[in-house]
Design a protein around this ligand. Structure first.
Ligand code: KG4
Ligand code: ZN
Length: 345
């Protein structure tokens, strides 16, 4: 089989986004995402049982919609892929078992994909229409920043990577969300802080930059969230003034961004790579994108940021990773393979 002709159907249900993609000949022909943000917003966070039920409701229509949108019949698929872990167990179960069932019925190989490994691939999917861009691939250091994870990964080849460091407590997105909650902003708070910070002064308040000076690659953001809590306790009037709130948002954001960018660039230098990538929901953040762009340009490092639509959870990255595996002849995953909610990269 020519790799170029391969067609993969991919499913992602690890958290609160149901997503189905069809990747054909390296092109993302469909990438449907049903976000559950509105459902979970009133609880201020993801409710696992509700997430699983919503995946069940959404999945079959999305599979039909993705195939129809891509103009692909089930019989034309060469493989089925799904996120196998890590994630919310009941949420993962919905996508994983559906994908294994489809693979069984269609007699096609199944690929169980690691969610973070898929995030590592997302910066390499770009263009209009979105397509896999591996001709310019090179060893790199990747920053994965989402609501659940913050980690730095050294990627040597498409199949070899090493986690350099990760958060020892809250993830960067969690810090954005918790700080926003303290300010009374809507969930998820990251995009709200990003929006309000645009008119604020990032130097108005000097928040701590946790572990910035340490030479290791671990992160810690819970102290920063606590600093915001104390700041609000001591300056309650901030919440009454749009200008002061914008300054607070810009200052919190600046602290998070400085830590992420400084540690990413330091890791890239130490690993001797000429390329940095970033993916995960927080990579949507405008200040982070700008700061990474500036820092990498200053050091002659190539930067690949995941496209905003592929920063948050999506099946396109799962499908592209599976298609690359299929093309390399990597053995398929067992059809009765179990989910791996705590799978480490
Ligand atoms: O990758 P993702 O969709 O889901 C997880 O796997 O967690 O990331 C969601 C996280 C949330 O914490 C959200 O607040 C954050 O990404 N986020 C942002 C922005 N957009 C999403 N944080 C800061 N600025 C943004 N523009
Ligand atoms: Zn994710």
């Amino acid at each position: 089989m020519r790799p170029a002709a391969m067609t993969v159907l991919a499913i992602e249900t690890s958290c609160d986004e149901t997503s189905v993609a069809v990747v054909r000949a390296g092109v993302v022909r469909a990438n449907l995402v049903a976000s559950q943000v509105a459902l979970h917003a009133k609880y201020g966070g993801v409710v696992p049982e509700l997430a699983a039920r919503e995946h069940l409701r959404n999945l079959a229509p999305l599979v039909r919609g993705a195939l129809a949108g891509a103009g692909v019949r089930p019989g034309e698929l060469d493989a089925i892929a799904a996120t196998q872990g890590p994630g919310l167990p009941n949420a993962l179960l919905v996508g994983l078992k559906a994908a294994q069932g489809l693979a069984f019925a269609l007699r096609k190989p199944f690929f169980g994909i690691h969610h973070h490994e898929a995030h590592l691939f997302s910066p390499w999917i770009a263009g209009q229409p979105l397509r896999a861009e591996f001709d310019t691939w090179q060893p790199h250091v990747s920053l994965i920043v989402s609501g659940g994870h913050t980690m730095l990964v050294a990627v040597a080849t498409e199949a070899e990577h090493r986690v350099l460091g990760a958060t020892i407590d809250d993830a960067a997105g969690e810090c954005f969300d918790k700080a926003a909650k303290l300010m009374g902003l809507a969930y998820p708070g990251g995009p709200e802080i990003d929006r309000l910070a645009r008119s604020g002064n990032p130097e108005a308040i000097r928040f701590p930059r946790p572990l910035l000076r340490e030479s290791h690659d671990d992160f810690s953001f819970s102290g920063l969230k606590t600093a915001v809590r104390y700041y609000l306790r001591d300056h309650p009037a901030v919440l009454e003034s749009a200008g002061a709130l914008a300054d607070l948002c810009a200052s919190v954001q600046a602290a998070i961004v400085e830590v992420l960018v400084t540690k990413t660039l330091r890791a890239a230098r130490r690993e001797g790579v000429g390329c940095v990538t970033a993916a995960g929901g927080v990579t949507c953040n405008r200040a982070l994108r700008e700061a990474l762009t500036r820092a990498c340009a200053g050091e002659g490092i190539t930067l690949r940021l995941a496209a905003p639509a592929l920063c948050t959870d999506n099946a396109a990255m799962v499908g592209v990773l599976a298609a690359r595996r299929l093309a390399r002849g990597v053995p398929a995953t067992d059809l009765d393979a179990e989910l791996q909610p705590g799978w480490s990269l």
